[in-house]
Design a protein around this ligand. Structure first.
Ligand code: SF4
Ligand code: SF4
Length: 295
């Protein structure tokens, strides 16, 4: 069995899997007759690193970027949350201008790859996944008729995808693992979905969480960790991947303070007890009201 998922495009075509060295015929430039056509029908799924690049470019917090420029969607049947670029009513990306993309230097992974699709494949019995590519040939895209052949690898270099691939790889692996294993088989808990969303997309909220007393009281981080996390989005994102693996899959790479587990269990017990008492009080009040109404 091969487990696979693709970012960022949806296509009805059954794709031929391409390798890095395989050649494609394609060129996109301002002189092409369809210039901007793809951005006017944009369906762009964002990765965590895309969010970081865009928020830095636009001088926004991750919360502001999410609110102003993205829409949520469910990445799978279990409701794992993802985000896409917001479009106007006609389907056009909010960043497209007559002269092209207004965030070109920080455009998302999906925009860089197009018309190449990326898929991660995990061969049976293998702990690691491999990247595979496929070509998306859509009617409106005339770049396929341009007289230029180049390998997928050279196209990826031209689109400066190395840093994006490096930053996305671990997150895609977490996605794959979340779908196929881990303690949350079946429908993930609401809390695990919220944690996944915060660590993946809302890096500034995750920063507040990491700098909170409750985090610092639970985890034994090195002295140098906090000053770096305060300013470095990329370091924080990488830590977020580590944190998700620890919390979602039980991989122990972040050391907890002595007694932190017991303290958490105690707090959880108190919380459950409080909720039980609250429920009982509510039930008693309901009963009293019922008695009053019936007399
Ligand atoms: S971000 Fe830029 S390249 Fe991507 S769809 Fe929008 S305008 Fe087009
Ligand atoms: S050639 Fe394809 S990728 Fe380039 S602008 Fe036209 S539709 Fe978009």
């Amino acid at each position: 069995m091969t487990d696979k998922f693709d970012i960022p495009f949806k296509s009805d075509l059954v794709p031929e899997i391409l390798k890095n060295a395989d050649e494609i015929q394609f060129r996109c430039h301002k002189g092409v007759s369809c210039f901007n056509a793809c951005c006017k029908q944009a369906d762009v799924t964002l990765t965590p690193y895309d969010i970081v690049r865009l928020k830095q470019r636009l001088g926004l917090t991750s919360g502001e970027l999410l609110k102003q420029h993205t829409v949520p969607f469910q990445m799978d049947a279990h409701g794992v949350p993802g985000v896409k670029l917001k479009t106007d009513e006609s389907g056009a990306c909010l960043f497209v201008r007559d002269e092209g993309c207004s965030v070109y230097g920080d455009r998302p992974t999906a925009c860089r790859y197009y018309p190449v699709g990326l898929m991660a494949m995990r061969p049976k019995d293998s702990p690691t996944d491999k990247a595979g590519y496929f070509l998306i040939q859509e009617e409106h895209c005339k770049g396929h008729q341009e007289d230029r052949r180049l390998s997928v690898g050279d196209y990826r270099k031209e689109q400066e995808l190395e840093i994006y691939d490096e930053m996305n790889r671990e997150w895609l692996q977490i996605n794959l693992k979340k779908r196929s294993s881990g303690p949350t088989i079946g429908k993930p808990s609401e809390l695990s979905l919220q944690l996944f969303f915060m660590c993946s997309f809302d890096v500034d909220r995750f920063r507040r969480f990491v700098l909170s007393d409750s985090f610092q009281g639970t985890y034994a981080m090195e002295e140098s960790f906090y000053p770096q996390i305060e300013t470095d989005d990329v370091a924080l994102l990488k830590f977020g991947y580590r944190f998700m693996k620890q919390v979602l899959f039980g991989e122990k790479t972040i050391r907890e303070r002595d007694g932190a587990l017991e303290k958490r269990q105690e707090e959880r017990k108190e919380h459950i007890e409080m909720r039980r008492r609250h429920e009982m009080e509510r039930h008693e009040k309901d009963q009293e009201a019922l008695l009053r109404d019936s007399t």
